[in-house]
Design a binder for this molecule. Structure first.
Ligand code: ATP
Ligand code: MG
Length: 747
């Protein structure tokens, strides 16, 4: 008999050398999951236990079994996760000498490459291919949130409703809730009895407006494919034959519409009938954090009811974090009694304490981060240590109005006058605590000066993240990082598209691709129609829909000239970059931009941003085979689904990341600063009044803690400026019980 800890060798003999490599280093449960290649499978496991790792290995394993790569569809929620998954699968396959041909990600190739993408980009593909079933043209455009608001405002105006009585965002929320529950406007009364009839009316108008303009919003990218599939058996069959293996990462965050789509793509009967089909979903119920976007934790918890006979594998070894971090994570999640128990453990014997710092205010909180970064990473910059030490000063009080500093390197004393304003903080500054820090030579509390460090050279900055509950918390941190030239990237959730000039240009391109898109036209027309008033502009747009509409011939001619000029760009150019450049000149947009930003620097900054569009277009242009119209369609879809995260990665200077807790899921960093650990922030004040709100805040805190591999710092501030007011929040109730016991206070 073999010792239970020794894996039976005969089990492994059946694998080829390639497969050995693919599954090597996996623990028994992980391996079991990778090898489950039929039926429905649920991998439910705690953070950092290798769920995503298992998913990527399984893709490689299926391919090593001879499965056509194109038969594999793997879905995730963020572009970053999808890109990461593509990279990992490719390098895994490369390492075992399985080489997939390189095919640009936007190309529709359903044979040679597995499709690893987000739910939304799957939606775009399905709509491009089968949108005609619901009268959606191939060139449909995707609406962004600003334009969405504009449409709703217009509808409210038509219905004579003042925005004071009904905020557009509330109507948008209602529409989104309906769509995420797979309800079109004619079914919207099923959502809840609580909404006034007017909401249903707004939804109906909104729906028809989008249809008329051949526009879809983000929720439509899931809802419309669902409608097409549920109504058309033939299309269901095509997709069923196309994708034999469907996998989903972060499954805990699926919403009902997404789940319906999964069920249509991989129906239970299909799994029962055919051995070569599989559904494989992985997730962690403790990390379900998108309730506000309609995700339902019940979907993962009740998965087995929908897919009876599901094989469940639980992974419980954590490979990411040191034990103290895991201990804290477990305590945090224990606030929620209904969470599935995971009993995570790690073999990592390293002990690194989790630290907690109470800052006086948000600025001090930010300065703390800087000090800690120096302590952590100063050794990376050995040559400069002397210099840093040499700037150390000790501070002694001389009298009420002045103090003396000693600089040991120069053996000299300096008498400095106190600044009357900063001396308001003297009690803090001159406490023993701060002398302690100052003696280390790293921190001079009096002047708030941080010794100079060449931050750009510190490679490990890539391994640092600052996490917060609300985006507004990034401001004071950014100020401090900027002041000290620390490279950082803000993952702002806002899209690259939110810059004005980018929006303008995309609107022009959208209109060029989809002549029905009135929303885009409404955006750029006023900019380039010099001297035409808003009323006439409205008429011009109406005229396009109906040439009998009364419009002075002069304006009709202007409009027709413009459209003709724009259309001509199709024939005179062969690349997207040329096309766009010409478009900007002939429409007079560049002239407009110059007049809008007369200051040279400002204008140049805008032009630089436009250059970023060209960089994005470049890979599309490289494909010499693709027709220009198709290039434009593909480019627009890619840009609309893109977040600023992808934009910022262009240069390779290592940077600290700043992001919200929501954006951090699936990611890992050596060092994590979780800031604003306060009641009102984490848990967020809105959660106090929502059913299930506190549970979701606890899960968010759990997600934050479990991003850290080695160093975790929690911070709170005794006072901070929040929503324009000075607030003194109590320490977070989620963490309060463990501070001092589980977590060490730090300075
Ligand atoms: P999350 O819940 O945060 O999404 P996860 O369960 O998806 O986490 P992964 O990101 O797949 O976890 O893995 C966490 C870390 O552990 C990664 O750095 C991964 O490379 C590593 N890892 C996973 N499995 C193993 C293993 N068997 N041996 C060594 N390292 C592993
Ligand atoms: Mg993961």
């Amino acid at each position: 008999m073999l010792h239970p800890l020794i894996t039976e060798p005969s089990n492994l003999d059946i694998f080829t050398e390639t497969q050995h490599k693919i599954i090597e280093n996996l623990n028994d449960r992980q391996r079991e999951a990778v090898l489950s290649t039929t039926g429905s499978n649920l991998i439910i496991a705690g953070a950092g236990s290798g769920k995503t790792a298992v998913l990527t290995r399984r893709v490689a394993y299926l391919i090593s079994q001879g499965i056509t790569p194109g038969q594999i569809l793997c879905l995730t929620f963020t572009n970053k996760a999808a890109a990461e998954m593509n990279k990992r699968v490719r390098s895994l396959l490369d390492s075992v000498q399985i080489n997939l041909p390189y095919i640009a990600p936007w190309q529709q190739d359903y044979l040679q490459n597995p499709l690893l993408c987000t739910f939304h980009s799957l939606g775009v593909r399905i709509l491009r291919e089968f949108g005609d079933k619901i009268d959606l043209k191939k060139e449909f455009s995707i609406l962004d949130s600003d334009d969405q608001k504009k449409i709703v405002r217009q509808i409210l105006k038509e219905l004579n409703i003042s925005e004071k009585n009904l905020q557009p965002s509330l109507a948008i929320y209602f529409i989104s809730q309906c769509k995420q529950a797979s309800l079109v406007s004619s079914e919207s009364n099923k959502i809840s009895k609580d909404f006034l009839p007017i909401f249903h009316q707004i939804y109906a108008k909104y729906e028809s407006q989008l249809k008329k303009s051949q526009i879809v919003d983000f929720d439509d990218l899931i809802l419309l494919p669902y409608i097409i599939l549920s109504q058309n058996q033939d299309i269901r069959q095509i997709l069923y034959d196309r994708w034999h293996h469907l996998m989903v990462d972060e499954f805990q965050d699926t919403n009902p519409a997404q789940f319906e789509l999964i069920r249509l793509l991989m129906p239970l009967e299909g799994l029962r009938l055919e051995k070569e089909k599989s559904l494989f979903v992985v997730g962690d119920d403790a990390q379900s954090i998108y309730g506000f976007r309609g995700s339902k934790i019940e979907i993962i918890l009740n998965f087995q009811d929908e897919y009876p006979g599901t094989k469940e594998v639980v992974l419980n070894q954590n490979y990411r974090s040191v034990q103290p971090i895991l201990d804290l994570a477990e305590k945090v999640i224990a606030h929620n009694p209904n969470q599935k128990k995971k009993d995570l453990f790690t073999n990592n014997r390293e002990v690194v304490d989790v630290h907690y710092y109470v800052a006086r205010n948000d600025r001090d909180e930010a300065e703390f981060i800087l000090r800690k970064l120096q302590e952590l990473y100063i050794n990376e910059q050995k040559a400069d240590i002397k210099k840093v030490k040499s700037s150390s000063e000790l501070i002694f009080e001389a009298d009420e109005n002045s103090y003396i500093t000693k600089d040991y390197t120069k053996s000299k004393d300096f008498v400095k006058k106190k600044d009357p304003i900063s001396s308001m903080f003297d009690i803090y500054l001159e406490s023993d605590d701060n002398f302690g820090i100052s003696r280390t030579g790293l921190y001079d509390p009096y002047s708030w000066q941080v010794p100079e460090i060449k931050w750009k050279e510190i490679k490990k900055l890539d391994e640092v993240v600052i996490l917060y509950r609300t985006h507004s918390q990034s401001r004071s941190i950014e100020e401090v990082l900027l002041k000290h030239n620390v490279p950082y990237k803000l993952v702002s959730g806002t899209r690259f598209l939110d810059r004005k000039e980018i929006k303008d240009i995309i609107a022009m391109l959208k209109f060029l691709a989809n002549g029905s898109d009135r929303v885009s036209m409404g955006r750029f027309l006023p900019l380039i129609m010099d001297g035409v008033g808003p009323k006439t502009l409205g008429k011009m747009i109406a005229y396009l829909d109906d040439f009998d509409y009364p419009l002075a011939p002069k304006y009709a001619q202007m409009l027709m000239d413009l459209i003709e000029k724009m259309q001509r760009c199709w024939t005179t150019n062969s690349t997207l970059i040329e096309l766009t450049k010409e478009l900007l000149t002939i429409t007079g947009y560049m002239k407009y931009l110059k007049s809008e930003y007369p200051v040279k620097d400002e204008f140049e900054a805008r032009v630089e941003n436009i250059g970023e569009i060209y960089s994005l277009m470049f890979p599309f242009d490289e494909d010499k085979e693709m027709p220009l119209t198709e290039k434009l369609n593909q480019f627009l879809a890619a840009v609309m689904l893109m977040s600023s995260l992808e934009m910022d990665e262009a240069d390779d200077v290592p940077k600290i990341s700043l992001m919200s807790l929501h954006q951090s899921k699936g990611l890992e960093y050596e060092t994590v600063f979780l800031v604003g650990v306060e009641d009102g922030l984490l848990p967020h004040q809105n959660s106090f009044f929502e059913v299930g709100g506190m549970e979701e805040e606890v899960r968010l805190a759990y997600v934050g803690v479990t991003r850290a591999k080695k160093h975790l710092y929690l911070t709170s501030a005794e006072s901070r400026i929040q929503f324009g007011q000075i607030k003194a929040n109590p320490i977070s109730r989620i963490f309060r019980p463990f501070l001092d016991v589980q977590v060490k206070r730090t300075r």
